[in-house]
Design a protein around this ligand. Structure first.
Ligand code: PLP
Length: 380
């Protein structure tokens, strides 16, 4: 390139060839497309001999992330998408189409509830929400056109642990696809695919990435459905950017060590909360998995507690509309994640104006307890 003119040299400044650079970690493939030697080489992509063509379809960073999570889930195939919600959409559209029906649990994350109850209508897909705590109501809701049974392994925000084997059995008996959002549990605690679920979904924005700096989603599961979900992702433009995939992949490496610490802290905090005068109820699962019960603790403050004062006095614990970072944080389901759920469901599930969801981080447990103790004292 040295013999070329100024502008050409500027554009073609890079001298390192990828094949010559043995970087220790996977580089970020911040590229929209891949180059080919000739037309025959391009044909190689379509015949399956070349992995990458265009980053909306696939990218090495996305591929690594998707495969990495799928392996941890014990699933043969994975796809990485732009968010947890787009992962849910692509997975659902891979298994259901116009005229089909889904049976979903009625204590879903609010965003999923909205996607199912409102947006899927424009795709001609109907959803019935029922309590999955009751197998009979699931069976009664299944119709001849039902294609999917959908639930969360640990529900948001009240932490009901799904009976996954029961769900798998019900799905198999009725010849429908089972899907589980495993965001709260992660494969560190629960592996729904290994238990027979067809498709596992993640908001990788949460524990998979773990540092609250990336929005991403994962669909992992049966090869054919994941392949169709990947096609939906590409055709609807729900792909993840390479840098975000790289960030999520970097987080994935420490999933176990983060979860181990966060789960231990959460168990201790749940116990501590039970002894607090300002706390009416503590939601924390009892037997979610052999490795513990998750890193989210949901509490209901006493009716007499001033919830505003509680949030205002949390010192370093931030009030946010997310969870699962290494920092302890709190969120307010009624005002954020479950804001658009119908009032009767909100009431039925007990998501009152005193319910607070705590995402427990990796800090020292004594500091976490002190922060909540101070805020609770200010609330009474
Ligand atoms: C259980 C669960 N599933 C899905 C989502 C949606 O994920 P995202 O925000 O990455 O689209 C969330 C978001 O909070 C969630 O809590």
């Amino acid at each position: 390139m040295q013999d070329k003119k100024f502008d050409t040299q500027a554009v073609h400044f890079s001298t390192h060839r990828e094949s010559e650079v043995a970087s220790k970690v996977q580089p970020i493939y911040q590229t929209t497309a891949y180059s080919f030697k000739d037309l025959e080489d391009i044909e190689g992509y379509y015949s399956g001999n070349k992995p990458f063509l265009y980053s909306r379809l696939d990218n090495p960073n996305n591929d690594d992330l998707a495969t990495g999570v799928a392996r941890l889930e014990g699933a043969p195939s994975g796809a990485a998408t732009s968010s947890g919600l787009s992962a849910i959409l692509c997975a659902v559209l891979a298994a259901a189409q116009q005229g089909d029906h889904i049976v979903a649990c009625d204590d879903l994350y609010g965003g999923t509830y909205h996607l199912f109850g409102s947006e899927l209508k424009s795709f001609g897909i109907d959803v019935t929400f029922v309590s999955f705590a009751d197998q009979k109501s699931i069976q009664e809701a299944i119709r001849p056109n039902t294609k999917i049974l959908y639930s969360e392994s640990i529900t948001n925000p009240l932490l009901r642990v799904e009976d996954i084997s029961g769900l798998v059995e019900m799905a198999r008996k009725n010849n429908v696809i089972s899907m589980i959002d495993n965001t709260f549990a992660t494969p560190y605690l629960i592996r729904p695919y290994v238990q027979g679920v067809n498709v596992v979904i993640h908001s990788a924005t949460k524990y998979i990435a773990g540092h609250s700096d990336v929005t991403a989603g994962i669909v992992a599961g049966d090869q054919d459905i994941v392949q169709r979900a990947k096609e939906k992702m590409a055709n609807l433009g729900c792909n993840l950017g390479p840098f975000d995939a790289w960030l999520a992949g970097r987080g994935l490496k420490t999933l176990s060590v983060r979860m181990e610490r966060q789960v231990k802290n959460a168990a201790a905090l749940a116990q501590f909360m039970k002894s607090q005068q300002a706390i009416k109820k503590v939601y924390y699962p009892e037997s979610a998995s052999a490795k513990g019960n998750g890193a989210i603790v949901t509490v209901e403050l006493d009716e007499k507690a001033d919830i505003e004062a509680f949030f205002r006095h949390l010192s370093w614990v931030k009030l946010v509309a997310t969870l699962a970072g290494v920092e302890t944080s709190v969120s307010y389901p009624l005002g954020t994640s479950h804001r658009n759920m119908p009032d009767e469901l909100i009431k039925q599930h007990g998501i009152t104006k005193h319910v607070v969801r705590i995402s427990v981080g990796i800090e020292e447990i004594e500091d976490i307890q002190d922060a909540f103790s101070a805020a609770l004292n200010h609330s009474m």
